[in-house]
Design a protein around this ligand. Sequence first.
Ligand code: FMN
Length: 340
Amino acid sequence: MQTHATHLPFAPDAPWLAPLAGYSDLPFRSLCRNYGAACAVTEMVSVKGLVFGGYGTERLLLTAPHDTPLVVQLFGAEPEIYERAMPILLERGFSHFDLNAGCSVRKVNKSGSGSALMSRPALLLKIAETMVRAAGPGKVGVKMRLGFTPGEENFIEVGRALEELGVGWLTLHPRTAKQLFGGEARWEAIGELARAVSIPVLASGDLFTAEDAARCLSVSGCAGVMFARGALTDPMIFTRLKDVLAGRESTPRTAESLAEAALTHIRLCQQLDPTPKAFRALRAFLPRYAKGFTGIRALRQALIGCRNWEELTVMAGSIAHLAADPQPLDHADLTQDCGA
Ligand SMILES: Cc1cc2nc3c(=O)[nH]c(=O)nc-3n(C[C@H](O)[C@H](O)[C@H](O)COP(=O)(O)O)c2cc1C
């Protein structure tokens, strides 16, 4: 049985990789760890899928000895199912868990899971309590939004109650569920939560660059940050934050460094998850590295035609020759049909 590290890092210069459905798989987590991610969270895992053997659950739980510290994120709305899922995960050696109360994808919310839990705080607390009872105090975190709808922002009450029942840390994406990704993340609200509880609070939301994260830390005074969309276009963002906080000049996001990251990502995928599913996921992922450079459309087209790892490697290498596009980076494409 594999056992994961028992201590999680909470510090401004210990950035986490956020849970990212479709992206934060073992190879990408490994890449981000190479670039300084101090902790990583899996893609959200359905507790029902886990208990009833749902399609794809095994790949979501794929891990390796170096993939530590690791937090497994769970979603679902029925405490009884968590009751059954937790022993399965603990038996497999997982030790830290996160409850998804922040995802606003329609499919997830329709079942009462994700950010829909913010509108049913008693149920949210019951689920968290079930998880804490199984894993132990301090081993469970909850990732929340401000509340379900504007005007019903209950993150402070919910956060305090979660602390009370033994939750070890909170992550806040400071928008309401109804907002999806609209408007701006309210970083001051992260500070309000951090002052209201004594467990660590992690920030998530609009952290696209290391400088954004440094500003968020300074505005909110929270324990640490999680990079999500920012890591998808720049996996070196973790090292950059450490540089920025230490007052060092951060290396620029160049075509060469992104090609290097893409090539390392391919190697990690070949080593850790060389399945056709992982190959297709990576092929769709690679254009993200070329964001902010000209020729991304042609690259995307060429990647679709890649049939094997060798072809993919050649295309990834070609990122090094792209020219910078002076347009600002846009992350909206990731959130059009994903309300996470
Ligand atoms: C493609 C995508 C997938 C996501 N998947 C999850 C998920 O599985 N669980 C979760 O709690 N949040 C998920 N999120 C939300 C992120 O973890 C993060 O909270 C959100 O993107 C805000 O951070 P950012 O603005 O810095 O990207 C996802 C976001 C995106 C864009």
